[in-house]
Design a protein around this ligand. Structure first.
Ligand SMILES: [Mn+2]
Length: 342
């Protein structure tokens, strides 16, 4: 499958470039709770299309996380429940299935051609055209190849957006999807003017005082269970109020749960503003598949990073989730490196 996709890559990119040439209006979206790859890829693709004279509308269900707002045109990404417009083409980026876009558009009736660009191993081929490359570190990496093949020289903001996508989806070049190929691409991006130091400061060293106070309260809730294999953290609405930290500043908090030595699955529970409902984020090491758990509760993701929303009070939600995670941990042996594709 992977070899076949690799062999067909030139073809699918050429097909996409042809569709771009032959159409005028483009919709771009990505998954709920967007990350650095989904935002970076949407912005780079949006810029590319606009430079070709196309009409582009980018919209997501959730806001751009604060750390990515330094990217040019990030404020042009619309945040809407439903897009009530028609387009020639829709690009769905970084989604392993269509549920991930949160029903933001009626694709059947509003769009002529759906293009799925993704890099998840289990991606459903829901597009009319699917540029799905599981060995790519990120959609940003796939877009890099599209840019290359188009012959259009990248401009500065596109280079930066792609770099941020690769940087964040590989967990700063630490996860198992960090390949020689993605380092080669990053070398090219650095040659085009990226300063890794400056970007790192923007993405990882820009926490606000309130956000750090929120992190400190969050870390105090750390509990380790299941014989040291599961760690979890909790953020309540009271904690946001007490610190002034916002939910969109909690990016990366869940990693602290996974960072505990010996822990195989880390969980972050975040109480939502409507009460008796929690957003649950999972991170795992090795072969523990947290996307399976998230799917049980109507969420999604992939093997080592996933999320869902669960109704109930804090005790009920914790119990349900911890039971499910404990079962998964017990059924899966500890293994070598993690394979994170965000
Ligand atoms: Mn991704």
């Amino acid at each position: 499958m992977q070899r076949k996709l690799r062999g067909e890559k030139k073809k699918i990119i050429n097909k996409i470039l042809k569709i771009i040439r032959e159409n005028r209006t483009f919709f771009i979206t990505s998954h709920m709770r967007p990350d650095g790859d989904s935002i970076g890829a949407q912005l780079a693709l949006g810029s590319f299309l606009k430079r070709l004279g196309k009409e582009v509308y980018i919209a997501n269900r959730d806001h751009v996380p604060a750390v990515y707002r330094f990217l040019s045109h990030s404020s042009d990404i619309h945040v809407v429940e439903k897009v009530e417009r028609n387009f020639d083409v829709a690009f769905i980026l970084d989604c392993s299935d269509l549920q991930r876009i949160g029903d933001i558009i009626d694709l059947k009736n509003r769009v002529k051609i759906v293009i799925n660009m993704d890099h998840h191993l289990d991606c459903e081929l829901f597009g009319d055209y699917n540029y799905v490359e599981p060995q790519a570190s990120s959609v940003a990496e796939e877009l890099y190849d599209l840019f290359k093949q188009s012959g259009l020289e990248m401009i500065e903001e596109e280079v930066l957006a792609l770099y941020v996508g690769i940087l964040t989806d590989t967990g700063r070049f630490q996860e198992a999807n960090t390949t020689p190929r993605c380092h080669e691409i990053v070398a090219e991006l650095i040659k085009k003017g990226i300063s890794p130091q400056v970007v790192s400061q923007k993405v990882y060293e820009s926490r606000t005082g309130p956000a750090l106070r929120l992190l400190s309260l969050t870390l105090r809730t750390l509990e380790v269970t299941a014989g040291g294999k599961i760690a979890h953290l909790l953020i309540t609405q009271d904690m946001y109020k007490e610190t002034g930290g916002r939910e969109d500043e909690t990016e990366g908090f869940v990693n602290f749960a996974r960072d505990v030595a010996g822990v195989e699955a880390g969980i972050l529970f975040r109480e939502t503003e409507i009460g008796d409902q929690f957003r649950v984020s999972f991170r795992s090491k090795g072969k523990i598949d947290v996307s399976k758990i998230a799917r049980l509760f109507g969420g999604g993701g992939h093997r080592n990073a996933a999320g869902c929303t669960v109704k109930g009070n804090v005790g009920e939600v914790k119990q349900k989730i911890l039971n499910a995670v404990s079962r998964e941990v017990a059924n899966t042996g500890t293994t070598e490196g993690r394979d994170s594709q965000c």
